[in-house]
Design a protein around this ligand. Structure first.
Ligand code: F0G
Length: 404
C-alpha cells in the first residue's frame, strides 16, 4: 500500500509500515498512533472551509485512500448552553452533540474510518468489544460495507437501544458473563488468532476519525476553545482529539492547545485517580460500576495517551456521582432541549462541579462533548420520569388529568 503515513509506537517511537495489522508495538508493547509527514501534506484551511462540515472535510489528515464507507457522519451541532451556562456563571459554555451522528454516537466518526481501513487493508470481517455504542456503530458500518461483524458485550450492562441497533443491523451479538474489560481481552485474542479486524480504540486508525470532533468544534467556534471536556471510559476519544489538535498546531492552523479535561463516573475513575495522585500509569479498577454504563470501564486501554493529553495541556480530571450525572441529563433535556445518554451528561456535570468548586476560570470558552443520544438508554430515562397518566378516552377525563 502506497501511503505517506506510518504507524508509530507512542512508547519507543519505532515506526511500522501503514499496512501492518498490529495493535501494539511488537518491540515494547505500547500503543501505536498514525504519523503523517505533516510538512509534505498539501492542505489549506480555505480548502477545508469550502467542504461540508463532516469527518471527510479533513480527509488530508485521515488515512483512507479508497472510497470511504460513509453515512455522512460528523457535522454535528455545537450548541451554546445559555441557561446552564448562566446558572454556573459560564457565559461561554458549549456542547457538541455527538448524539446527532448516524447511529447516535461519536463512534461513527471512528467507524467510518475504521471500517474503510478494514477494506483498504483487505480485511473482510470486523469485531469489537463494547459497552454498547461501539457495537452499534460497528454493526451499522459493517452493514454498509457488506461485511460480517462480531460484537462482544458485557451481559446485562448494555443499554437496550444499543443492543437493538447491533441486532437490527445484523452483527453477531455475543453477551459474555463478565465486564467490558474482559470482553476486550477476549475479542483481542479472537482477532489475533482468527484474523478478524479489531475495531476497538486500540486500533490507531479508528481514532483518526474521532479526532475530527476537535477540528469541527474549532471551525464552528471560529477559534480554539480554552477547554475541551470529554467523558472518559476507555480514554480513546480524549486521546484522539488531543492528537488531532497537535497536528493542527504542527500545521500552524492553530497557535495554542485547549486544556484537555476528562470526566469519569465516581464508581469507575482510574484516570481521575492517576491524575490526582500523580501516578505514572493508571491502576485498573476490578469492579467498575455506574449508571453511565457506556463508561463503566476499569482498565482503560488508552489511559497512557490520555494522561499525556491532560498533563501536557494543563487540563483536569474530575469525577461525578451517578446522581450528578442524572441531574445534568435532566437539565440538558429540560433547560436546553438536548437529549443525551448518561455518560454524555458526565462531561457537563463535571464542568458544573469544577465551576462550583472554583477550579476553572469563568471567562473560559468551554466545549463539552456530549457523546451519545438520549434514546440509546430509554430505561434510565423512564426510571427518572413520572409515567404517562392513563385516562378514559373522553374530554372530561383529560381536563381532570390536566387540572383544567
Ligand atoms: N460516551 C459514550 C456515550 C461512550 O459510549 C463512550 C465509550 C465514552 C463516552 C467514552 O469514550 O472510551 O473513548 O473514553 N464507549 C465505548 C463503547 C467504550 O464500547 O461504546 P472513550
Amino acid at each position: 500500500m502506497d501511503t505517506m503515513y506510518r504507524l508509530k509506537c507512542v512508547g519507543c517511537g519505532t515506526e511500522y509500515p501503514a499496512d501492518e495489522i498490529i495493535y501494539h508495538c511488537p518491540k515494547c508493547g505500547h500503543l501505536l498512533a498514525v504519523r503523517y509527514p505533516l510538512d509534505a501534506i498539501q492542505v489549506e484551511k480555505a480548502t477545508w472551509a469550502k467542504r461540508p462540515l463532516s469527518v471527510w472535510r479533513y480527509r488530508e489528515l485521515l488515512p483512507v485512500i479508497i472510497e470511504p464507507v460513509t453515512l455522512q457522519e460528523g457535522g454535528t451541532p455545537l450548541y451554546h448552553l445559555k441557561k446552564i451556562g448562566e446558572e454556573l456563571g459560564l457565559p461561554h459554555l458549549y456542547a457538541k452533540h455527538e448524539g446527532m451522528n448516524p447511529s447516535g454516537s461519536f463512534k461513527d466518526r471512528g467507524m467510518t474510518v475504521g471500517v474503510s481501513m478494514a477494506l483498504q487493508l483487505n480485511k473482510r470481517s470486523v469485531a469489537c468489544a463494547s459497552t454498547g455504542n461501539t457495537s452499534a456503530s460497528l454493526a451499522v458500518y459493517a452493514a454498509k460495507a457488506g461485511i460480517p461483524a462480531v460484537v462482544l458485550l458485557p451481559a446485562g450492562k448494555v443499554a437496550v437501544g444499543k443492543v437493538a441497533q447491533a441486532l437490527m443491523h445484523g452483527a453477531r451479538v455475543i453477551s459474555i458473563r463478565g465486564n467490558f474489560d474482559r470482553a476486550l481481552e477476549m475479542v483481542h485474542e479472537l482477532c489475533l488468532s482468527h484474523g478478524l479486524y479489531l475495531l476497538n480504540s486500540i486500533n490507531p486508525y479508528r481514532l483518526e476519525g474521532q479526532k475530527t470532533i476537535g477540528f469541527e468544534a474549532i471551525d464552528q467556534l471560529g477559534g480554539v476553545p480554552d477547554r475541551f471536556v470529554l467523558p472518559v471510559g476507555n480514554a480513546g476519544n480524549i486521546s484522539a482529539v488531543y492528537k488531532g489538535l497537535l497536528e493542527l498546531q504542527d500545521l500552524e492552523f492553530i497557535d495554542r492547545l485547549p486544556m484537555m479535561t476528562g470526566i469519569q463516573a465516581a464508581g469507575s475513575m482510574p484516570v481521575v485517580r492517576a491524575i490526582r495522585e500523580n501516578l505514572p500509569e493508571v491502576v485498573p479498577e476490578d469492579h467498575p460500576e455506574t449508571v453511565a454504563t457506556a463508561i463503566r470501564i476499569g482498565a482503560p486501554v488508552n489511559a497512557e495517551k490520555a494522561l499525556v493529553a491532560i498533563r501536557k495541556t494543563g487540563g483536569l480530571a474530575e469525577s461525578v456521582t451517578d446522581a450528578e450525572i442524572l441531574a445534568m441529563q435532566r437539565d440538558l433535556a429540560r433547560k436546553e432541549g438536548i437529549g443525551v445518554e448518561p455518560a454524555s451528561a458526565a462531561s457537563v456535570a463535571g464542568i458544573r462541579k469544577l465551576a462550583e468548586s472554583g477550579a476553572i476560570d469563568r471567562s473560559e470558552k468551554i466545549v463539552c462533548v456530549v457523546t451519545g443520544h438520549l434514546l440509546k438508554d430509554p430505561d434510565t430515562v423512564i426510571r427518572q420520569c413520572e409515567p404517562p397518566t392513563e385516562i378514559d378516552a373522553d374530554l372530561p377525563s383529560l381536563l381532570a388529568a390536566l387540572r383544567l
